[in-house]
Design a protein around this ligand. Structure first.
Ligand SMILES: Nc1ncnc2c1ncn2[C@@H]1O[C@H](COP(=O)(O)OP(=O)(O)OP(=O)(O)O)[C@@H](O)[C@H]1O
Ligand SMILES: [Mg+2]
Length: 174
């Protein structure tokens, strides 16, 4: 998932910005969550403690859920329920850190999670790249300082290009 492998044609649709605090990352997540719909798949990449789960907290709020968001490091998948217009839609929060080999993935039924009835948010997607759908929104988070993070949104496929466009419209109009 290095920058060098991204096709040039989609670069124009990418979005790159700095978050200056954990609270700001959560707000960004919330605005993104407000744009999501059933079937959406988001991959959250970046090192330990960079803010992937922090972003998920906002996304889940943006989907109208009050459920407690915790790190699924040990259980692999947490499930929350959306509110408002997506009443009862499942939100799958996946953490693949503990997946050591890709063939282990077959045993957890990951494919069912993005089959279309819910939103799927995956931390540590690097551990499963070959098995993940080609269409998705990848979010790369990079540690800049104790409270600063660089966020880079990379859409793959038309749905996600539109999603980034819609997010841009709400998040950066002042
Ligand atoms: N700008 C920022 N954005 C996000 N988190 C921040 C920021 N500044 C500080 N933090 C802190 O960084 C930590 C991020 O932790 P979080 O659990 O979200 O990381 P993670 O990427 O999910 O880690 P892991 O790989 O262990 O799952 C939190 O303690 C949060 O308060
Ligand atoms: Mg996490």
């Amino acid at each position: 998932m290095s920058d060098q492998r991204l096709p040039a044609a989609q670069t124009a649709h990418e979005l790159d910005f700095i978050s200056h605090s954990a609270a700001q990352t959560e707000r960004v997540g919330q605005r993104l969550g407000e744009q999501l719909r059933p079937g959406d798949l988001l991959l959250l990449a970046g090192t330990f403690g960079v803010g992937k789960t922090q972003l998920v907290k906002g996304i889940v709020r943006g989907l109208g859920s009050d459920d407690l968001v915790t790190s699924p490091s040990f259980v692999l998948v947490n499930e929350y329920r959306a509110g408002r217009r997506w009443q009862q839609m499942p939100i799958y929060h996946v953490d693949l850190y503990r997946i050591a080999e890709e063939r282990e993935l077959a045993t957890i039924g990951l494919e069912e999670l993005w089959a279309g009835d819910g939103v799927c948010l995956i931390e540590w997607p690097e551990h499963a790249m070959a098995r993940l759908p080609a269409d998705h929104l990848a979010i790369y988070i990079q540690h800049l300082s104790e409270t600063k993070r660089r966020l880079r949104l990379v859409p793959r496929g038309q749905r996600y290009v539109e999603l980034v466009g819609a997010f841009k419209g709400t998040a950066f109009h002042g």
